[in-house]
Design a protein around this ligand. Structure first.
Ligand code: PPS
Length: 572
């Protein structure tokens, strides 16, 4: 009888201590310095502790780190492509030395593990970026994280795990390698093909995973990442609802769904190798690897960060050593006449094929147009349609920006009345002056304070949008980056964001000078006045531009309303 594949390095690690040791650590930890784990570190710790990162028994020390960067191997030669150190601030590092104990806690302060600090070292992050990601371009999310979100000092050392990180969602779908292996063993699943994904699964994914398992005469593990994925990805709650639906389409006893709390680095080929090692630890013998596996796509000049087949190639080179086979997959397309899916390479010449891109799917969801059955199973489509209703039923952040006296508030007020006439969604106005009285009364007009003010407005507005309401904002918001931050927040909250530039000229604003502020600013009585003694960065990304010169507030509001109807944010 065949046996389950062995873990990477020969031994499945389990870093959890027994009850006595837990008690000891809990008591002693009160005197140890503490570190609050970042989201990424929480993911790393969970997978270290439960053995998904076997043979690692802690955060990597310098010799391993250097060897991983240079050779994709630990210092002892074991294949391992991704550095997993614990990065901490200089302040915390200053309280530590080799031999220190560091209590690792979650954001609520719960003790999850203790790190036996064996080494502190300062990495050369540029060299790390080049070695691990093959680029120093911060458009690569892994590089951006490394350069902008990683703390300066790395710690390496053994871990003793005390409590697993708390997950309140989908608990029945979160299996440790030990548990999954036990389940596989019980069912006699010795050949298992893993499918890694960070996206919802459509018919093409179903077809390719089904075929891959059939061809290998193996079972299938649908193993989506629910830790950190690519910024902008569909959140895991929606995805897991979709995965659950798709699982019902596989024949009974052929496939299993399990969630992987991995923090992806989007490292392309290296990451693919890492994925294979992790899946091996979960008891899988095969990994499906597609085009640009775990890559972040292309940079702003359109150049792909990785060779689209680099991951397949690297895995193939290490298949033997690893014992995990790479199952390549090609793009699956739908043949209209035959009403079936086929790898693009096998399509007979002249045969009409159908495909729906991610952009087209988003367009259909935005407009409420039907999603065809051949593309997505109807029960999966329904989940997506519930999560992404048409734009006219989603929340909206309507953000006016412009100089003081440009007419922002006047036009915003007309727009608010019009939106209320439409009904359907509750409307809230966050006017510049009103916000400064209620939400930001302690703030002045320095760049720092203006940024705090706009970030607050962006936050409140995005929460209104999250709840399906409309937030109309009308501050000056002179800085491009802060406005863009508001756009990102709205997007993360699932709301539309529309920027309206009220482009009334400085001359006109000053001529009107309704509040007499421009005169005071010219006289130097008011300091840091926008347009006079403080900058205004005119937007280049506004969806609507209006000028109140030679146009009534009603006419300006009409333009805004027309745009909202045109793009489907308001029903026609
Ligand atoms: S910002 O930059 O977005 O935080 O400004 P905002 O919150 O919209 O506040 C602008 C209103 O504050 C009054 N005011 C000033 N504006 C600009 N610069 C300086 N130094 C300043 N001091 C007071 C002014 O009345 C603005 O109101 P509006 O409605 O824009 O004219």
């Amino acid at each position: 009888m065949s046996e389950l594949i062995g873990p990477h390095g020969g031994k499945l690690c389990d870093l959890y201590v027994d009850a006595n040791r837990r008690k000891e650590i809990n008591e002693a930890s009160r005197d140890w310095p503490s570190w609050t784990l970042t989201e990424r570190q929480l993911c790393d710790l969970e997978l270290l502790a439960n053995g998904a990162f076997s043979p690692l028994t802690g955060f990597v020390k310098q010799a391993d780190y250097e060897s991983i960067c240079a050779k994709m191997r630990l210092a002892d030669g074991t294949l391992w492509p991704m550095p997993i150190p614990l990065d901490v601030t200089q302040d915390v590092a200053d309280t530590l030395s080799a031999g220190s104990m560091l209590a690792l806690r979650d954001m609520e302060g719960l003790l999850l593990a203790v790190l036996h600090v064996e080494e502190l070292y300062t990495p050369d992050r540029h060299a790390e970026a080049e070695a691990v990601f093959g680029t120093k371009n911060t458009e690569h999310p892994g590089v951006d994280y490394l350069f902008n979100k990683t703390n300066p000092v790395y710690l390496g050392g053994r871990i003793e795990a005390v409590n697993p990180p708390a997950h309140h969602d989908y608990r029945s779908l979160r299996s440790t390698p030990k548990k999954l292996r036990a389940e596989f063993a019980e069912r006699g699943w010795t050949k298992v093909v893993a499918f890694q994904t960070r996206n919802p699964m459509h018919r093409a994914h179903f077809e390719l995973t089904y075929r891959a398992a059939e061809e290998q005469q193996a079972k299938l593990l649908v193993h989506p990442v629910v830790g950190q994925t690519k910024p902008g990805d569909i959140g895991h709650y929606v995805r897991v609802r979709c995965y659950r639906k798709i699982m019902g389409h596989y024949p009974e006893g052929t496939a299993q769904l399990s969630l992987l709390p991995l923090a992806m680095r989007l490292g392309g080929p290296r990451e693919a190798l890492w994925h294979a090692i992790i899946r091996k630890n979960f008891g899988c013998t095969h990994l499906i690897v597609g085009r640009d596996h775990a890559g972040p796509g292309s940079d702003s000049s359109g150049k792909p960060f990785y060779d689209p087949y680099g991951a397949q190639q690297l895995l193939r080179e290490h298949e033997k050593e690893l014992g995990v086979s790479m199952v390549p997959f090609q793009l699956m397309v739908y043949l209209e006449k035959k009403a079936c899916y086929m790898p693009i390479d096998e399509v007979p010449e002249g045969e009409k094929t159908l495909q729906i891109s991610g952009t087209e799917l988003r367009r259909r969801l935005n407009t409420g147009e039907a999603i065809p059955d051949w593309f997505t199973f109807p029960d999966v489509a329904e989940e997506l349609q519930i999560a992404y209703p048409p734009l006219h039923k989603r929340g909206l952040v309507l953000f006016f920006t412009g100089l003081s006296g440009s007419g922002k508030s006047t036009v915003a007020n007309v727009v608010v009345s019009r939106l209320q006439e439409y009904g359907g969604r509750s409307v809230m106005l966050l006017d510049g002056d009103v916000v400064r009285t209620n939400l930001s009364s302690e703030l002045g007009f320095s760049k720092e304070h203006r940024d705090i003010n706009i970030r607050r407005i962006g936050y409140v507005a995005s929460e209104v949008g999250r709840a399906g309401g409309i937030a109309v904002c009308a501050p000056i918001a002179p800085y491009d980056a802060t406005r863009k931050h508001g756009r990102i927040l709205a997007g993360q909250a699932g709301a539309s964001f529309v920027l309206v530039h009220v482009a009334t000229s400085l001359e006109e604003c000053e001529r009107r000078d309704r509040k007499g502020l421009y005169a005071k600013a010219r006289a130097g009585i008011i300091k840091e006045f926008t347009g006079i003694s403080d900058p205004y960065e005119a937007p280049t990304d506004a969806e609507v531009t209006i000028t109140t010169e030679g146009e009534t507030p009603e006419e300006s509001a009409d333009k805004v309303m027309a745009y909202l109807r045109e793009v489907g944010i308001l029903p026609r």
